[in-house]
Design a protein. Sequence first.
Lengths: 325, 336
Amino acid sequence: MSDALLELQGLTVKYDVGREGFWGQHRTQLTAVDDVSFTIDRGETFGLVGESGSGKTTTGRAILGKVPIASGRVKFAGRDITEVEGRERRAIRRNMQLIPQNPYGSLNPRMKVREIISEPLVVHRRFKSAKGATERVVELLELTGMNPDDMYKYPHAFSGGQRQRIVIARALALNPDLIIADEPVSALDVSIQAQVVNLLQDLQKRLRLTYIFIAHDLAVIRHISHRIGIMYAGKLVEVAKGDCVYRFPIHPYTEALLSSVPIPDPRIERGRAVKVIAGEPPDPIHPPMGCRFHTRCPLAEPRCREAAPPLEARKPEHEAACWVR
Amino acid sequence: MIRSDHLLEIRNLEVVFPTREGTVQAVRGVSFTVDAGESLGVVGESGSGKSTLARAALGLIELPGRIAGGEILWRGRSLLDKRVAGRIRGREISMVSQDPMASMSPILTIGTQMTEVMTRHLDIGRREAFTRAGDLLEKVGIPDPGRRLGQYPFEFSGGMQQRVVIATALSCDPMMLIADEPTTALDVTTQAQILELVSSLQRDLGLALLLITHDLGVVAGACDLLKVLYAGEIIESGTADQLFHRPHHPYTAALLGSTPRLDVKADRLMAIEGHPPDLRHIGSGCSFTPRCPHATTRCASEAPVLQLSEAGRAYACWNPLSGREVQNPPTARGQA
C-alpha cells in the first residue's frame, strides 16, 4: 500500500514496575503492549478500542515517542522514527499531535487561550511570540467553532466541550498529518460529545487528517472509525473495517465485548441475549501463557494455553488472532 | 404521618446550594413516586440534578446545601426528619454509588464492614451477621466468600468491589435500592455483569429500583419507567418504550439523536448546540429554550409545566413533538 501514513511492526512496550529476587537483581517488567502491528492509511480514522489496561493508550504514547519502545518499528511516512534523531525527529514529531482525554488537566490555567494555542508555533519557531501568532490563532479558533475574542480569556471561563475545542485548535496549530486522540470525548456529556465528534469529522474532511481514535466506548468508535483494532491485555486481537467487526466478529473477545454494550432502545435491549463473560482481564505482570484470553474464553482448547495465536488475515482486510475460529 | 400510598413519594422538591456567586438551584420542583417492585430510571447529563436527587432521597444533603421546599415521604414518613432518615437509610432504602472505594473504609476488612451494617440495623449478633455476610457475597457472585470476608477493599478489583457494595446494600433486606451511576466507573464487560446482577436481584427480591444514570443504554434494559431531568427539572416522564420511541420533549429526542449506537451506523450525530444553563441564573422561561430547535417567544418567557398527556406519561413543553413513532437515530436503520 503506497498511501500508508503510519506502520507499526511488532511494537512492544515494557514498563519497569519494581525489582524481584533476594538482592533485587531481577527487574519486574510489565508488558503493556506486546507485538502489535497495524498500518494506517492517509485520511483514515483508525479506532483503537479496549478495556482499562489493554494497552491502547500506551500504543498511542509509543507512536508519539513519549514512552521508550522495547522492540519493534514505528514507520511514519516511510521513515522509521525509532532510528531518526535531532532535526528529522522533530520534523516527524511536528506532524503528529495528541488530543488528550481530560480537557481540565491539559490546559494550563495560568495561560490565556492565545498563549495556549500559539505555544506549539512558538516552540517550533514558526513565530517569535504569542502576539505574533495572533492571526493564526484566530484562524484556528474559527476552524474549531470558537469565537476569536476567546483568545484573551483563561481556560476556566470555558465549559468542558469548549476546552476540548481549544485543545483541538492547539493540536492543529502545526498542520499535522496525524492526530492521536486519546479518549477525546469520554469526559464529556453526550450532547457535547456529539458536537466534538462532529467537529472532528468535519476537520478530517477539510484538512485531510488521519486519526488514531483511542476509546473504550464501542459505540463512539464505531461511529467515527473507518477501521477498528481491538486490544486485550496488550495484544491486538482483531483488526477490520468497522462494519465487519460489528457484524462478523471473529475473535471470541470481540464478540463478548460487543455483546456487553447496552443498546439504547428498550425493544432491542429487553430481548437481547447478552453474552456475559465471567472473570476479569489477567494480571499484566504475570499474563497467562498462550492466548491471553484463554482464561475467560468459552471456546478455549488445550493449544490456546500453549502458544499465543498470531494476528493473521482471515478474509480480505480482516485479521484476527485466534486458534479456534 | 402524612398519607401516601407509595413507597417513596417526592413532592415539589427544591434543593439549593448557596455559593459566593449566587445560589445554585440544583433540583427545582421535582415530584415523582416509586411503588414497591418498580424500576424507575432517572436520566440526565452533568448538572441536571440527578445525583442531588438521589442524595436528597436518603436525607444526605449536607451544608451548605439544603432542601428549600417540598416533601420526601417514605411509606408516609418524612425523610426530611434526620432521625427518621438515619433509621431508614441502609435498612429500608440502600444505595449503591459510582465509586465503590468511596463507599467502603480502606482500613477495615470486608467482613467487618458488612457485619457492622447488620448489627446496627438488625437484631442479630456479630457471629450470625458474619455468616450472613458470607451468604450475601455468594449471592452476588463472589467466589470463596469465607476467605474474601477477611480481605480489605484494595484486594478486590473494581467490579468485585461493586459486588461487595451491592451485597452490603442488600444485607438488611431493603425494600428499595438507589443506584447512582453504579457502572460508570467500570469497563463494559464488567458493566454487563453488574447490570445483570442488579436486574436479577431486583426481580428475585421484589426490590424497588431507582437507577440514576447518564447512559441511555443502561436504562433501556434495566428500567420500566423513566424520568428525563434537565437543569434540575423533570421535563418528560413515561415508560421506557414511550420515551425512546415516541418522545414528546425536544430535549429527550435530541438526547437520543446525539447518542451513538452500536447497532446502527448514523452518518452524523445530532448534536445539541450550546450547553446547559447556569443554575445560578435561571430565567423565567423553559430552561431548554436557548438550545431548542422548536423554541418560540413563549418558551423564553413562560415556563411550561409538566402536564399529563396520556396514561402514565407527562412532558413539560409548549411545542411538543407529535409523539409519532421515531427511529433513533433517524438517519439509518441497521440490524441489531
